[in-house]
Ligand binder design. Sequence first.
Ligand code: ZN
Ligand code: FE
Length: 253
Amino acid sequence: MPLTVHQFPCLSDNYGFLIRDEATGLAACVDTPDAAAILAELKTLGWNLALIMNTHWHPDHAGGNAEIQKATGAKIVGPAEVRRIAPLDRELAGGDAVELGQTRFEVIEAGGHTLGHIAYYDAADRIAFVGDTLFALGCGRIFEGTAEQMWTSLQRLAALPDDTAVYCAHEYTASNARFALSVDGDPALKARAEEIFAARERGEATVPTTIALEKATNPFLRAPMLAAQVNAAGKPAYEAFAAVRAAKDNFKG
Ligand code: ZN
Ligand code: FE
C-alpha cells in the first residue's frame, strides 16, 4: 500500500498518527496531541517529518505544532482556526488538496465540533483522518457549530466509499458503545458492542473503523431511523440527529 499509517496512543485517550508515502519516503503527522511522544515515535521509526496536518484547533490536536516544527522543520497545514493556539504555514478549507509525495489528500469540510474542523481523505488508499468529527459508534461533541452543520459534516463522511478506513482521533469506543446500546437495540450493534468490549479488555485499539461499519451501527448516522421509531418522523434528519446528540451529552454510563 502506498501510504503506511503508524498509530499509537497519546495523552489519556488520543491517538497519534504518523503516516508515510512509500513512493517517496516523505512522512507526515496528523494532529499533534503530544510533541514528545510523536518525536520519540519518529525517532524509533527513523522517518523524516515533512508535514503536519491539523484537523482543528483544540490543544490535543494542534498543541504540539510549535515543538514538532522546531525539531523537524516540517511545514504545517490546517484550518485557519489553528492560529488561535499554534503556528500554521498554509490554511486549508473544504475542497482543497494536500500532497505528501505521491499521496494526495482531499480536504473535506467537517465543521460542528469546531467551526473550521476539516478531515483528510486519500481516495487512492481509501483512508480518512476525521479528527473529532466521526468516532467509532460516536461523533464529536458540538462545541462551536450547530446540529445541522455537524449532521451535514457527518453525511459528507458517510458518503465516502464503504471500505474507507476511518482514523478517529480518540479511543472513546467502549463508552460510545454503552450509549449506543441505550438508544438502539439493533442486532448488528449488539454484536459489534460485544466485540468492542472484548477488544478493549485485551487492550486492543478499535480504531480504525470503516464507513460501512459506522453506517450500519453508529447511532448518530442512524439517528433519523431511531427517531422514526420513537415517533419523531417527518422532522428534518438533523433534528433527529440533534436529539440523539443531546441524549449523549447527558448520558451517564
Ligand atoms: Zn477536539
Ligand atoms: Fe480531541
